[in-house]
Structure formats: C-alpha cells, structure tokens
Write a protein that binds this ligand. Structure first.
Ligand code: DSN
Length: 427
C-alpha cells in the first residue's frame, strides 16, 4: 500500500523498511481488528507524533526545565496537561510517562518502598502484570497480594470482582497501594466500592483505566475521579491517542507523582508523543467522541448477544464495556488454536487466560476481543451478527482444520473492511 507518494523520504532512504510499513498499513486496512487494547488513531494524531518535536530534549516540567529552547515545547506540554485535567475532571495531570508500565512503576515509587505490600488483581483473573504479579518487578520488588473474580456461573456473579475478597485481603494485609482496573475485565468497575475499602484499610488507591479511558472520557463508563487517589492510563486504547500514558490525581499527590516520573524513573519526555496526546485529548472532548464511546459499548453488547446466541461461553455472561472474554472450553478449541485460525481468517484477536483457567497462559482456554477498532471504522450494531457469525465459523473451522472456510471468511471480511476505510490509513 505504501507508495513513494505516501512516505516519499522513507521509501527513498530505506525501501525495505518502507515496504514493511506499507505491508502493515495493508494488514490494518484489510483485517477486522478485535484486540480490545488496539485502535486506529486519526491522521491528525499520526501527524503530530511524527513532527520535529522529536528533536527536542526537555527534562523537567513546563517552566522548570534543565534545557533551554523550550518556548514551544512548554506550550505543547501545558496544552496536553490542561486538556487532560479538563477532560477527566482532575486537579493534576502528568503526561510524560512513556507508557502504562512506567506510569504504574512511578506510582509505586511515589507511594511505596521496596518490600512493602501492594495489592492488585491477579493477571490470570484479568489484572495487569504491573499490579503486583510475580514475574513483574512490581511483584518481586514489592510483596504483591492479589484478588480475583468470583468462581461459578455468571448468573450467580461468576466472573465478577469478588469484593468480599478485596475487602478481607485489604484489611488483613494493609497494602500501601491498591490497584483496581485491568486488561480483561468485561464489567463496569465499581470505583466507589474500591474507594471505601481503600479508605478503611489506609491504602493509596490507583485506578488503572488504560482500557476504558476513552469510555470514561466519552461518558460511557463511570469516572474514578473523586473515588481514587491516582488515575493511571495509557493513551492509545479506547482513548485513541498515541502510544503513551498519563498519571492524574488530586493536587495533594501532584508533587510525589511528578518527582517519581522525572527524575525518579525517566529522562526526557517524548515531546512528539506529548503533542499527539494533546491532539487526541482535544478529539476526545468533542461531542462526536461521546457518540464513539457509546457506540463502542453498544457494539460490544450486540456482539456479546450474537455470540451467546451461537453457544459461546462469555466470562461473566456478557459485557458492560468494550471487551468480551470468551471461554472456548465448551467449543473444545484451545484459545491459541482459535486465535491463530481467526488470524488466518482476517480476524485479529489475542488468546487469553480465563479466570481459574486449568491451562497455561501461553496456551490458555480463551480469547479476548473488543470493539474499539471496528467502531472507529464506522461499524454499527447492525454488523455485529455478521462478526459473530464469522467468529463462529472460524472457530468451528479451527477445530476441524478446515482451511478452506478460513480463506472464505477472510475474503468476506476484506470485503466489509474495504467498505469501511480506517481512520489514519492511506486509502
Ligand atoms: N498489553 C495491554 C493489553 O493488551 O491489554 C495491557 O498492557
């Protein structure tokens, strides 16, 4: 897809690399991208992230830098900060973390000492590595204690956060920091309930809203503001910005967080990313973004219904947000086999553990899907039955080794994608 006209300097200087970029553009254009943490950024966000702001060093914060020549950079960062504060209703925003994991590390640095107890949701239950999981520095430098979701039937609360366990654990272990939020949670997060538990146990409460930041900005998920001490988020998922992150808080935590990000963990901020975050935040403050956020949720609910109608087992029985976690055990197709077959059918998902998974993380029972990207392409609830039908056909074909069906689905998917061009990609 890349031609010298689209990336002329790149194509001239490094045709091999330009070819790979072009191939990726083609892949993103032709496939149905269902990974819930991915999206398509606008052309404006893409342009901002490829600007000469790339050339600047600016350690410090606006007005307090260790480098001169910050006349424009200070204004860029201030724009991003002010837009984040307005959009999320917070006193303070730091837009410098390089991504979600460094942002969360900065939170630990601000509020805990190595060896302290920290608490978060277990990774296989839907949490994140950086919420104190053992293989992460956050689970080895700190003493990570982990909560999960309820076992059992969805109709009896199975697959939903076990708040009795959260409270008991918090009061017993008295963690310095509690993380709520995660990467495979299909249900609304009750920030008020977490807030009560954190107050009772004396912990700093952090909402990691990386997955749902765009839904919060667009009013399609309740906001953690007012219930938690710190909000941590990446900027590239439902928020539809560049790959980056932000930390937000009340004024009382501003100094500790800023100091932890720089000089605690990072050097110079990536100013081209800061600029693109500013653009994305402006886009997210528009009425059309509210429509987008609500459409993401409506599409996910419609897709969940259509999958349930085809006999799929959904963790927690459905979704309230952008994400669906499918337990493929009843279909007798392991998650990895299904994910790879779906990929061959032009439907991009990731294999994922399901709560209490008897299988290993590298070969788990489930797949995780979501609607942020397809909604950015303008697909609506009217298309979700077709999407579910493709998933059903591809998973069934995976179980039978039926490559012909996967090729047929791929051609059908490409047809629908061609009718719904993706933002930011060359047409
Ligand atoms: N890796 C991200 C996701 O896919 O959810 C979380 O960091």
């Amino acid at each position: 897809m890349t031609t010298p006209q689209q990336h002329p300097a790149l194509a001239a200087a490094d045709p091999e690399l330009a070819g790979l970029v072009g191939a990726e553009e083609r892949l993103q254009a032709d496939t149905l991208r269902l990974i819930p943490s991915e999206n398509y950024v606008s052309a404006a966000v893409l342009e901002a992230s490829g600007t000469v702001l790339q050339n600047k060093y600016s350690e410090g914060y606006p007005g307090r830098r260790y480098y001169e020549g910050q006349q424009n950079i200070d204004q860029v960062e201030t724009l991003a900060v002010e837009r984040a504060k307005a959009l999320f209703g917070v006193d303070h925003a730091n837009v410098q973390p390089y991504s979600g994991s460094p942002a969360n590390l900065a939170v630990y640095l601000a509020f805990a000492q190595p060896g302290d107890t920290v608490m978060g949701m277990a990774l296989p239950m839907g949490g994140h590595l950086t919420h104190g999981w053992g293989v992460s520095a956050t689970g080895s430098w700190f003493r990570g204690v982990q909560y999960g979701v309820r076992r059992g039937a969805a109709s009896e609360g199975g697959g939903r956060i076990d708040f009795d366990q959260v409270r008991d654990l918090a009061l017993k272990e008295r963690p310095k920091v509690i993380f709520c939020g995660g990467t495979a949670l299909p249900r609304t997060i009750d920030f008020a309930a977490f807030g009560e538990i954190a107050r009772e146990s004396g912990a700093v409460l952090v909402a990691d809203v990386a997955h749902i930041a765009g839904l919060i900005a667009g009013g399609a998920h309740p906001s953690p503001a007012g219930h938690v001490d710190v909000i941590s988020t990446t900027t590239h998922k439902t928020l539809r910005g560049p790959r980056g992150a932000m930390l937000m808080s009340r004024e009382e935590h501003a100094k500790a967080l800023d100091k932890a990000v720089f000089p605690g963990l990072q050097g110079g901020p990536h100013n081209q990313t800061t600029a693109a975050i500013a653009v994305a935040l402006r886009e997210a403050s528009q009425p059309s973004f509210r429509d987008y956020a609500h459409a993401v949720v409506a599409n996910a609910k419609a897709l969940a219904e259509a999958l349930l109608a085809r006999g799929f087992d959904l963790v927690s029985g459905g979704t309230d947000n952008h994400l669906i976690l499918i337990d493929l055990t009843p279909k007798q197709v392991p998650g990895k086999i299904a994910a790879k077959a779906l990929d061959r059918a032009g439907i991009v998902v990731n294999y994922n553990t399901v709560p209490y998974d008897p299988r290993k993380p590298f070969d788990p029972s489930g797949i995780r899907i979501g609607t942020p990207s397809l909604t950015s392409r303008g697909l609506t609830t009217d298309h979700m039955d077709q999407v579910a039908e493709w998933i059903d056909r591809a998973v069934t074909a995976a179980g039978k080794g039926d490559e012909e069906t996967l090729r047929t689905v791929r051609a059908e998917v490409a047809g629908l994608m061609a009718a719904h061009p993706a933002p930011g990609l060359p047409v």
